[in-house]
Design a protein around this ligand. Structure first.
Ligand code: 3PG
Length: 211
């Protein structure tokens, strides 16, 4: 039985959580192994494709050093399906009480997405203090995170959306940023041609970011 994680465990494991879109279940295991080889174990597989749950299942079954999670969790039923497939954490693009309550009931660590003070307060009311800031760069980036350090000094964020290797350092330098998320570690073209060595290299660079 896998050890149960907290949201902070998920955020603290590495400086970057890759946001993964998989279109072919045959790529899942090789991709997970490539990321793990580069030092990235927390893998957010987005529920945006018909094969996403099968990919989570395959990673959970065949890559013991990886920790598969589900991204784009938008409903209670998404959370239930993700947990059933073997996801060990969930990430949502926004926050609803229903998703928050369901993840509590499932014991599934959730990083809820927020972009405003009201959303932070709603998530905090339900016991969530480790949050995804989404879409981070479009919604204010580092300046917004600095503004939140005053009223929401007890919250840790994972900014995601528009984050790249070029701007991750500025975000990771902030005291209220635990890690960042982004899709740049797993570009569609590298996945399509099975260039796992290039993905391991991107992961290695990301794993070495200072925070
Ligand atoms: C997403 O949910 O798509 C993530 O925020 C990834 O955004 P990015 O592609 O800008 O990294």
């Amino acid at each position: 039985m896998a050890v149960k994680l907290t949201p902070l465990d998920v955020m603290n494991d590495a400086p970057v959580i890759p946001v993964i879109v998989l279109n072919d279940v045959a790529h899942a295991v090789a991709l997970a192994r490539a990321l793990v080889a580069g030092g990235i174990r927390m893998l957010e597989v987005t529920l945006r494709t018909p094969v996403a749950l099968a990919c989570i299942e395959a990673i959970a079954r065949e890559v013991p050093d990886a920790v598969p999670g589900a991204g784009t969790v938008r409903s209670a039923s998404d959370a239930q399906a993700a947990a059933f497939a073997g996801a060990r954490f969930a990430v949502s693009p926004g926050y609803t009480h229903s998703v928050g309550k369901t993840c509590h009931e499932l014991g599934l660590p959730l990083l809820p997405g927020v972009a405003t003070g009201g959303e932070i307060m709603a998530a905090q009311e339900d016991g969530y203090t480790e949050l995804k800031f989404f879409p981070a760069m479009q919604a204010g980036g580092a300046a917004m995170l600095k503004a939140w350090q005053g009223p929401f000094g007890d919250v840790k964020f994972c900014p995601t959306g528009g984050v790249t290797a070029a701007n991750a350092g500025d975000l990771l330098a902030l005291s209220n940023v635990a890690c960042v998320g982004g899709s740049w570690l797993t570009p569609a073209d590298l996945i399509a041609r099975g260039d796992w060595a290039a993905i391991t290299q991107l992961a290695r660079e990301a794993a070495s970011f200072k925070r």
